[in-house]
Write a protein that binds this ligand. Structure first.
Ligand SMILES: Nc1ncnc2c1ncn2[C@@H]1O[C@H](COP(=O)(O)OP(=O)(O)OP(=O)(O)O)[C@@H](O)[C@H]1O
Ligand SMILES: [Mg+2]
Length: 250
């Protein structure tokens, strides 16, 4: 494995009965980048993330995350990778500080260190004023941001974000996108983000991958994919135009 590849899959495959959810997928995410993971509903994005986390056993092929095999080294991989699932679950009776304390305890973080981290994280996600509010009373956007704080408390090297802005209002989505971008820029966290919001993905991704029917049909920077599909020209193409071109040709 080359040093700058932080995630790599080779012929990664997952079948459910007769159905192939992930079909001989080869994917490469480089250290320090934001990688936009795109594809229609049912393309196999979440299934891929679950295999990369060691939460789902591949039917074939293999993957490496930070140089480790997620199947054999599941604990180590989970320590290095922060995962924000599509639907984040919380204990609604706890307030934000208590939720973060709980996660800190689960991860063996010592109390004084935890309380400093929690203070800093609440500030980072813009919830300093809401630390004592019950999570059950949080809006969807607040919950998404708290979910990111829970994931960050372990200082991950890599973040897997599965449709993080779904259901957020435009302002909330923009703030979350800015937060993701700053985590990448300021803390050098590699981000693998799946999303259907192509405008947001284009804004923050260094490279994108388009997955259709379990296969990666395109992988590269937005500019390189535009060049591949439309040739070099004066016009700047949006990721949406590029995505639709690939989608229609499958
Ligand atoms: N546990 C499961 N059992 C059977 N089939 C499954 C299971 N999980 C996923 N699948 C199937 O695998 C395919 C890929 O699903 P997956 O959830 O990975 O798609 P996705 O790209 O994340 O889609 P979305 O954009 O809707 O979140 C789908 O056809 C889905 O029905
Ligand atoms: Mg999904």
């Amino acid at each position: 494995m080359e040093a700058d590849k932080i995630i790599e899959t080779i012929n990664l495959t997952k079948t459910y009965g007769h159905q192939t959810a992930v079909n001989s997928l080869s994917l490469e995410v480089r250290e320090g980048e934001v990688f936009g993971f795109l594809g229609p509903n049912g393309a196999g994005k979440t299934t891929t993330l679950l295999m990369l986390l060691g939460l789902s056993r591949p039917s074939g092929g293999y993957s490496r995350v930070c140089g480790l095999d997620p199947l054999r080294m599941a604990r180590e991989v989970k320590r290095l990778v922060g995962y924000l699932p599509e639907n984040v679950g919380f204990y609604s009776d706890l307030n934000a500080v208590e939720s973060l304390e709980y996660v800190a305890t689960l991860n063996g973080i010592e109390r004084t260190e935890a309380s400093k981290k929690i203070h800093d994280l609440l500030e980072l996600i813009g919830l300093s004023q809401d630390g004592r509010k019950k999570v059950g009373a949080f809006s969807r956007g607040m919950k998404q941001r708290l979910g990111i704080a829970e994931v960050l408390i372990r200082d991950p090297k890599v973040l897997f974000l599965d449709e993080p802005t779904i259901g957020l209002d435009p302002d909330g989505a923009l703030r979350l996108i800015d937060l993701i971008q700053s985590l990448n820029r300021d803390r050098n966290i590699t981000v693998l983000v799946s999303s259907h919001n192509l405008y947001q993905v284009q804004k923050i991704s260094h490279r994108v991958g388009i997955m259709i029917d379990g296969k990666m049909v395109a992988e590269g920077s937005v500019e390189s994919l535009a060049e591949e599909k439309f040739g070099v020209g004066d016009k700047e193409y949006s990721l949406e135009e590029i995505y639709m071109k690939y989608f229609q040709e499958v």
